[in-house]
Design a protein around this ligand. Structure first.
Ligand code: HDE
Length: 764
């Protein structure tokens, strides 16, 4: 404490607060030096060069650590106290008049404890309630000063700390992670010129074109108003009623019915800013941009049957995956890419760039990679960080600006508004996770829970009594809006209407569907079938199929057949019968398969089944090889604990067939050893385990005696054996050939799934 007091002369208990480095207060009336709280030189050491950008943050380190240290609490070795710092002598018994007598009102210790407890919950977010967060950093590949003066892009290798929150949209705070849903992908950049929030999703388009419809959309997709069901699911009447009446949602429906809506991991999904934004350079020149995050691990998703099962066995599946990847050093990493285009280009496009239901195909405007983001640190406290973080689409910094997208306009209003009630007043920007690294000085004062103690009598501007401080930054440093022209709209005056191209609801829905691989198309059709089969009103199902006919006859027919709708209803009359010819009819970049990633096994989970009497040496070889590749290889036993192997060793199973079922793993190793295999065959969980792995098209290595397990599970072993090793994702080995089989197994694993095995309905 003494050392701290010496370093922080002004207020030893609240150092470095509210923008003054080292806690030193300004002299009354003087101009405060704007102090950056970033570590000296926000560009990290060139000594850590890598082939991408020349710089890399040291593992496990990022620049938000130091600023948040001032509020971190570590109670180890400390005495228990009240919130007033009074030591508590007895934390077990309330104060009573005699051991059997009444509790006394004067027990301020009990009352403080219970009162605090009574208020420990805050309202959950109205959407995106379920979320998981991580700290990290963004590193710029090259200076982007030609197009923007935004702080993170000013220097090659510049590092900006970030906090990211991933979320589902529909479900409540405690709902399952693997619901079919859009995922939020919200990034807070703590730039040295203020906070910039890129509050995006894992899907680049949205259901609606205008903020006016957002409350209706959310009401319709949330659990139904009368009985609050279903939780975290869009498969119900009110959602499909609304969207079938709102064809502008068709493109988005294609994405949410695709496997994008059931990602394997937050580390394997893309992120998008969705709206068109602007970037502005120091000369005030602006270009339009779309923001894309691309996962280095590739885009990978679950299959529906797997997602449903996971939601029962591990509702925290994505949260756990994110946490464990970071703890294990398999840091999720994403590349930021920009689609940059001019207003003149935008005017020529067949679609309107202000319409959030449209993408710009990458074949039309290619992605320009500009930096990478690494998530390398788990939060210390879920509530303080992940729950209290407040993102806002309006938080931009000089160099970033908005377009006139009417959906974005509504968002610019909504976030702070909702946070005022969720976080209990207008001062939530002072909560540590929300506080910018850049200093904050203004005359906004007071309000609930104000933390800053502003000095002096001046709380207005202009003033002479405080030397005019805080003073306006002016155009050179301050935020200046782009003086955008509004094209040809001057004569229209105020209208409640949309541009004509907004009415083309189907061209890009078709583009998306046509750009998918056959497997992905099947999954989209199956998802429509599943969701609509849960709709109880036949007219809603039929209207949806009628609408789909405008996007794809093939899809509509498949969905109709799956729902027993025969003959198909006539197509819904489109709002724009003759839309402009699109530039691109097929965009391979829209397929999940287009981004297989680096093929790394880092963070992938492999089950090695064990029972007393399995052969130990091949298991050790498999575990060692997988761990060396960064995979998580777990011994899944008929029970947990130690068990002898056939070759005189001892294995320690850290999970069991019962507590970690097969669908929680990315791949499977089945052991050799007659006695152990016989024990596994006795347990019905083993066969379920294998069937799920097979059904979900995962890679399976079968060693020696375990072939019997495959037969017993009813798998077409002879078919698989006749294929060359690995092409079906089923690899067989006898104990002598384990090493080469392992190489095939790991190569097959890097392809994630083997959809050639998929059957609808499944034969097993
Ligand atoms: Fe949001 N959205 N949104 N949204 N949104 C919220 O803000 C809203 C939209 C997104 O992890 C809310 O603090 C409106 C698009 C994410 O904390 C709320 C409209 C996109 C998150 C809100 C949209 C998003 C939110 C709820 C239509 C992708 C979670 C709690 C005009 C670009 C952030 C909160 C987090 C959260 C409003 C549409 C992304 C109510 C009015 C499009 C990732 O303010």
């Amino acid at each position: 404490v003494e050392a701290l007091a010496a370093a922080m002369p002004h207020n030893p208990t609240k150092p470095a607060e509210h923008g003054f480095a080292n806690g030193v207060a300004p002299q009354a009336g003087a101009t405060a030096e704007p102090a950056s709280r970033l570590p000296t030189g926000s560009t990290l050491s060139e000594a850590n060069s890598n082939d991408k950008a020349g710089t890399q943050a040291p593992e496990g380190v990022n620049a938000t650590i130091a600023p948040l240290d001032r509020v971190r609490v570590d109670s180890s070795g400390q005495m228990l106290t009240t919130n007033q710092g009074v030591a508590v002598g007895d934390n077990q018994n309330s104060l009573k008049y005699g051991v059997r007598g009444p509790a006394l009102l004067e027990d301020f210790i009990l009352r403080e404890k219970i009162t605090h407890f009574d208020h420990e919950r805050i309202p959950e977010r109205i959407v995106h309630a379920r979320g998981s967060g991580a700290h990290g950093f963004f590193e710029c590949y090259d200076a982007l000063t030609d197009i923007t003066r935004a702080a993170p892009f000013q220097e090659k290798g510049k590092v900006t700390p970030v906090f990211v929150r991933f979320s589902t949209v529909q479900g409540e705070r405690g709902s399952k992670d693997t619901a079919r849903d859009v995922r939020g992908f919200a990034v807070k950049f703590y730039t040295d010129e203020g906070n910039w929030d890129l509050v995006g999703n894992n899907i680049p388009v949205f259901f609606i074109q205008d903020a006016m419809k957002f409350p209706d959309l959310v009401h319709a997709v949330k659990p139904e108003a009368h009985h609050q069901m279903p939780q975290a699911a869009s498969a119900h009447d009110t959602f499909w009623d609304l969207v079938s009446l709102m064809p502008e949602s068709t493109h988005m429906l294609m994405w949410v019915m695709s496997d994008r809506a059931i990602p394997r991991s937050f580390a394997t999904m893309q992120g998008f800013g969705v709206h068109t934004f602007r970037m502005v350079n120091a000369q005030g020149e602006s270009v339009f941009v779309k923001f894309h995050w691309t996962p280095i691990a590739g885009t990978h998703s679950l299959v529906w049957d797997e997602a449903v099962k996971i939601s029962g066995a591990d509702p925290d599946y994505h949260r756990r995956d994110l946490w464990e990847r970071i703890e294990a050093g398999a840091y999720p990493e994403y590349e930021l890419g920009l689609q940059v285009f001019t207003e003149e280009q935008a005017e020529q496009f067949s679609f309107d760039i202000l319409d959030a239901t449209k993408i710009i195909p990458e074949e039309l405007v290619p992605l320009r990679p500009v930096g990478r983001m690494v998530l390398n640190r788990n939060p210390d406290n879920f509530f303080a960080e992940t729950e209290q973080v407040a993102f806002c689409a309006a938080h931009v910094v000089p160099g970033i600006d908005f377009s006139n997208d009417p959906l974005l306009a509504g968002r610019i209003h909504s976030y702070v508004d909702t946070q005022i009630s969720r976080l209990g007043g207008p001062n939530f920007h002072e909560i540590p996770i929300n506080a910018p690294i850049a200093p904050v000085h203004n005359n906004q004062r007071d309000g609930l829970h104000r933390q800053a103690i502003h000095r002096g009598r001046v709380n207005y501007e202009p003033n002479s009594l405080a030397g005019g401080c805080p003073f306006q930054a002016g155009a050179a440093q301050g935020f200046v809006s782009v003086p955008a022209r509004i094209l040809a709209d001057e004569e229209q005056g105020k209208v409640r209407a949309k541009p004509e191209k907004f009415a083309d609801h189907y061209t890009q829905a078709r583009l998306f569907f046509e750009s998918q691989s056959p497997v992905e198309q099947d999954h989209i059709a199956n998802a429509f079938r599943f969701e609509l089969s849960k709709v109880t009103v036949p007219a809603i199902r039929e209207r949806m199929v009628a609408s789909l006919r405008n996007a794809s006859e093939k899809l509509a027919r498949k969905v109709g057949t799956g729902l027993g709708i025969d003959p198909l209803p006539g197509p819904l009359p489109p709002a724009l019968p003759n839309p402009v010819q699109p530039e691109v009819l097929k965009s391979p970049a829209l397929s999940l398969l287009a981004r297989p990633g680096d093929g790394s096994l880092k963070g992938r989970k492999v089950a090695i089944l064990v029972a007393p009497g399995v052969e130990g040496s091949s298991i050790a070889a498999a575990q060692g090889a997988l761990v060396r590749q960064g995979a998580v290889a777990r011994l899944v036993g008929t029970r947990i604990g130690r068990m002898p192997t056939a070759d005189g060793d001892v294995l320690d199973a850290d999970c069991s067939l019962e507590n970690e079922p097969g669908f929680l793993f990315d791949a499977l190793v089945l052991p050799d050893g007659a006695e152990g295999v016989a024990a596994l065959a006795q347990d019905g969980h083993t066969l379920e385990f294998i069937k799920d792995q097979f059904r979900h098209c995962k890679t399976i290595l079968t060693i020696g005696a375990s072939s019997a397990l495959m037969m017993r599970a009813g798998l077409p072993v002879s078919m698989a054996k006749s294929h060359s090793l690995g092409t079906t994702g089923l690899v067989f080995a006898d104990s002598s050939g384990v090493d080469s089989a392992l190489q095939h197994f790991m190569a097959a694993m890097s392809r994630h799934r083997h959809f050639g095995r998929e059957m609808d309905p499944p034969l097993l």
